[in-house]
Design a protein around this ligand. Structure first.
Ligand SMILES: Nc1nc2c(ncn2[C@@H]2O[C@H](COP(=O)(O)OP(=O)(O)OP(=O)(O)O)[C@@H](O)[C@H]2O)c(=O)[nH]1
Length: 428
């Protein structure tokens, strides 16, 4: 390429400054004289001549008082050598009255030949960026959760690069602290849930699919349910970056758990209901098939219960059911499942219990019931008896239906043989 004439340093400098669209300023510290370029004035809506002669006082008169003071402090710090650069953002009033956000930077001229003391710098209008940032912040504040950006580095370390200010309301941790130390947000997750959170993050990273996880955190001795949702993407250097939101779902979760509890609870006795018992038996059968676990089922039925209702009324009948439920609950193990499956019919699932042991439990319950005194509501007490059937899951059974029908059959036998007894059915 043929070489053209060389550009003068002034022309090159001017071209570069024009390209940055920066305003420039020079301030003579000795005389107070200020020189600005045309762009400096145009940014603020002025013809260059309108701001002449430019002085520190004129600048101060159009700058927001808080920011003018801040700029003064920072300039002082710079001139004293406390900080290496002069750098600050100030609001300067545009000619039409609104504030423009101006990023101003400056440096002392270091030239021994210069006789005067000058500080020169640039002046960039960052109002649009500020506006966008402000809008995003407002948006983040109006969302019902903490929004964040989470980065998993290629070496397996992780950090947050953005956390919205709601972090303070949710976790009592300022957003800045979470940027410095990501563990602040992991340490408050309760122990039982942390592995689920980590595993779902790993799974999301592996499959590059949405991360969604419900977990509990402890804040000021209060346990809160959180739900996090985030979308992963791989950035240009191979890091995985999630943009997402964490919401407090404590109230919804409590309602859900309560509904779940109600849907599996018998209202009168507080024991489990039939639906829960059938689900649990299915699970036990699956475990027995897979791991060879032993379990037994006991069916109990109050004898001549109709007579109780007929003699003393339905309310007394209800009280008998409640009291009998208490007897059952107090005599079985915590791992056993007790359910009221019909009017006066009860089922007890005994995990890790073989037939002789289950028979023993049933017999104990029969005797305990026989000893119990019930109140007829008129100051008289009476006793009741129960009949029961016991079965154990074994190879000859092929389904829950088989198991239940064999259990029913045992119970029927107990009634048939005269009640107040336990009948055990083995393989037929
Ligand atoms: N008080 C009360 N009674 C109920 C409830 N559910 C069912 N029952 C009554 O329980 C009685 C059960 O009667 P049956 O099935 O004839 O049995 P039983 O009288 O116990 O006779 P056996 O089981 O053969 O010993 C019926 O009268 C039902 O109305 C309930 O929630 N509360």
């Amino acid at each position: 390429m043929p070489k053209g004439p060389k550009l003068s340093p002034e022309t090159r400098l001017k071209a570069i400054i024009d390209a940055t669209r920066a305003g420039t300023w020079e301030w003579n510290l000795d005389t107070g004289e200020v020189v600005v370029n045309d762009r400096w004035a145009q940014m603020l809506g002025y013809e260059p001549e309108a701001l002449e002669p430019m002085t520190y006082e004129l600048w101060q008169s159009i700058t927001h008082p808080d920011d003018a003071e801040n700029a003064k402090q920072r300039m002082g710090a710079y001139l004293r050598g406390d900080v290496p650069h002069f750098d600050c953002v100030v609001r300067i009033r545009h000619r039409d009255g609104h504030w423009r956000w101006i990023h101003t930077r400056g440096q002392r001229l270091e030239d021994e030949q210069l006789t005067a003391n000058w500080v020169c710098g640039t002046h960039l209008d960052i109002s649009e960026e500020r506006e966008t940032q402000h809008r995003l912040q407002r948006l983040a504040e109006s969302l019902p959760g903490v929004i964040y950006t989470f980065v998993l580095e290629r070496d397996g370390t992780y950090r947050f690069t953005y956390v919205s200010r709601k972090s303070m309301d949710f976790y009592g941790i300022p957003a800045e602290d979470t940027l410095e130390d990501p563990s602040a947000l992991f340490d408050i997750i309760i122990k039982d849930d942390i592995s689920e959170v980590m595993e779902t993050i790993r799974r999301s990273a592996r499959s590059m699919t949405e991360w969604r996880c419900q977990y509990r955190i402890r804040v000021n001795d209060d346990i809160r349910w959180m739900e996090g949702v985030a979308q992963p993407e791989e950035d240009e250097v191979g890091r995985i970056v999630w943009h997402g939101m964490v919401m407090d779902i404590t109230e919804r979760k409590q309602l859900e758990l309560e509904l779940e509890r109600l849907s599996v609870t018998d209202e009168l006795t507080g024991l489990h209901n039939r639906r829960y018992m059938l689900r649990t038996i299915e699970e036990q059968i699956a475990r027995a098939e897979r791991y060879g676990d032993v379990f037994s089922l006991v069916a109990l039925d109050i004898d001549h219960f109709k007579r109780i209702n007929d003699s003393w009324g339905h309310l007394v009948g209800d009280q008998v059911l409640e009291q009998f439920a208490r007897v059952l609950r107090s005599r079985v193990r915590r791992t056993d499942v007790v359910a009221r499956t019909g009017g006066e019919e009860f089922l007890i699932l005994l995990p890790n219990t073989d037939l002789p042991a289950a028979r023993h439990v049933a017999e104990d319950l029969r005797q305990a019931t026989e000893r119990e005194h019930f109140d007829n509501g008129e100051g008289q007490s009476f006793t009741v008896t129960i009949s029961g059937g016991v079965v154990t899951w074994e190879d000859s059974l092929s389904s829950m239906r088989d198991l239940l029908s064999r259990c029913d059959h045992s119970l029927y036998e107990a009634k048939h043989q005269g009640r107040n007894r336990i009948v055990v059915t083995t393989q037929s």
